[in-house]
Structures are given as C-alpha cells and as structure tokens.
Design a protein around this ligand. Sequence first.
Ligand code: MRU
Length: 358
Amino acid sequence: MKINGTPYRTIWPTADNAAVEIIDQTQLPHIFTTLRLDTMRDAERAIRDMQVRGAPLIGVTGAYGVALSMRHHASDAALKATCDMLLAARPTAVNLRWGVEKMRALLAPLPANERATAAWIEAARIADEDVAINASIGQHGGEIIRALYQKKNATVNILTHCNAGWLATVDWGTALAPIYTAFDAGIPLHVWVDETRPRNQGASLTAWELGGHGVPHTVIADNTGGHLMQHGMVDMAIVGCDRVTARGDVCNKIGTYLKALAAFDNGVPFYVALPTPTIDWTLQDGVKEIPIEERAAIEVTHISGLCDDGQVRTVQLTPSGSHAANYGFDVTPARLVTGLITERGVVRASADAMRVLK
Ligand code: MRU
C-alpha cells in the first residue's frame, strides 16, 4: 500500500540485508515512523509491545526474529532458545507459532554454518507468501461484496472490528483486502469502523489505512454495531482472526463475539477473512482451548490522543484505585459465522467444509 505516494510493506529488509525495518504502529495515526530491528530481542520486543501486531504480521516478524538470531548464534541450543523466546511474546495468534515453527523445521536439519543464509531467504519467502495469500483473499472476498452490490444496487455498508488491514499483515490485509479489491473495482462501499477499545486499533489504524486509500468510512464506538444492524445500516460484517479451530470457532479481538451475536440476530452476513496458516488444526473447541492473552490494566484505565498543542499524551480515564481487566481476544462459535474467506476460496465454518483446506 502507498503512504503519500510511496509504496510500503509493514516489514522489509534493509538495503544491506543487515536488519529489518518496521512501521512503528504504536505511533499511528498521528506519527508515521519506522524502526530498525537488528536482533532477535528487538523483534521479540516489537511483537510484545505491539509495534508490530496483527496475526500474520507477528508470524512474519517471528520468522525474521529467528533469521536475525542465526546471524549471531546458530547452534541447536541457540535455535531452541530463540524459538522459545519468540513464541512467548504473544500467546493467542497461532501465526506466530506457525512462522517460528516453519523456521525451526527448515533450520534444525542444517549444519550451523548454513543456517543464517537459509533463514534469511526463508523469512523473506514467508513475507512474500503472505502478500500473495492476502491478495487472493481480496479476490474471493471482493466477489461477495460485488454480489451484495448487484443485489442492492446501492452503496454496500460493511462493518469491521479491530485492524485486519495491511498494517496487520505484510501487505493488503485480510478483512480489508476484499474491501480494497472491491473499492478499486469501482464498487460503491462504506465501512463502519469499530473503535476497538482498549487499544483502539480500529479508530487509529483501520481509519488511517482506509483514509489513506480514499475508502469512505465512519468510526463508531464499539457499542454501536447492534443498533446499526437493527436499522438495516449494515449489509455485511468482515473481521480478521488470530486463530480458527478445526471446527471453525474463530478467535479475534475482544468484542468480535458481541458483533457476531448482533449480526446473527439481525440476519446480517458475518464473514471472517483468514490466511490458512491461521487455522489451528490441533484444536476443536475454541472457547475452552484457545489461550486468551491478558494485557496490562493500564491499556483500559488510560487512553492516548493528540492534544491541541500537537503533542500525543496519555491520560487516565478511570478513578484512581479502580481495578481493570484486559482480555485481548474472544471466541465466536462457528454457528455464528456465515463463511471463512481464505486464499483458497470461501468455505463454511464447519469441520466437514474446512477439510478441503487441510
Ligand atoms: O492485538 P492485535 O492488534 O494484534 O489484534 C489484531 C486482531 O485481532 C486482528 O483482527 C487479527 O490479528 C487478524 S489480522 C489480519
């Protein structure tokens, strides 16, 4: 995607291949800045502190983290320690495990002196693959939007939660890829953007992305979606996800489940866009089996924003002394999901239908 006319990915190798660079997403939308990751510890910190975030992107950053580590220490012990440390950075998105384990599987059989080169090539390949996968998700999901438009013959209103756009992947995004594809094909559409408390990835990242591409959108408070659906103001919802079980339960940013319930109650199609590496074939019951990340209470008790003097500041929202809980994700049962939009086509969220993706 382009920023002020310049094409960017969210992660890329430096010109001399000595390090990788990322867009620091904690600074958006008010400050656009890039960061250099020289070491595995830099990559691990960027994932944990959410300078990079979104399931596919943390998978790719994990892969580059292994590659950076192999430059300095390529023994079996170092490979194990590197993988363990990166895997612990964020627990819910299965893509991190996918990216790191793919690297481990490639590197473990190689002699130590061949690992650094092989790792760098593989991390770059995984990044390119992510871009191709998301472009394909865009094509398949774009057809759904086109069909809605042909039926309605008026602007298609789409609700999305959190940020599953190009910032959450290497490029294109998952949930937003169909939106970009349809928009670029001239289909009139408008996006309702859930603010997505507590970290506000919708208000700060999705709104920034959509605005940059010229896509009409409106930011709404998280509690608004049900009302809009009751009044026929949402034609479909598309969200991303951090892990999907073998029977189609979907884990995504906290609040997704409530939107799925409202969509079901109002007959609004509720789609989930995902690259197939987001499927965890080892799990069935998402509510019971997926580990849900709990983050610091300060993300709930405090909020950051741009002040009149042009400075970004953080202020306290809650009374001093109030406790806050910060669950990062929830699980939407498969029965509430209309379809899974993957790079290999749209399938029902059920064990039987999903078998073709194995
Ligand atoms: O905590 P985050 O910002 O990493 O959560 C991101 C989401 O929940 C996305 O919807 C999900 O990772 C899919 S990204 C294509």
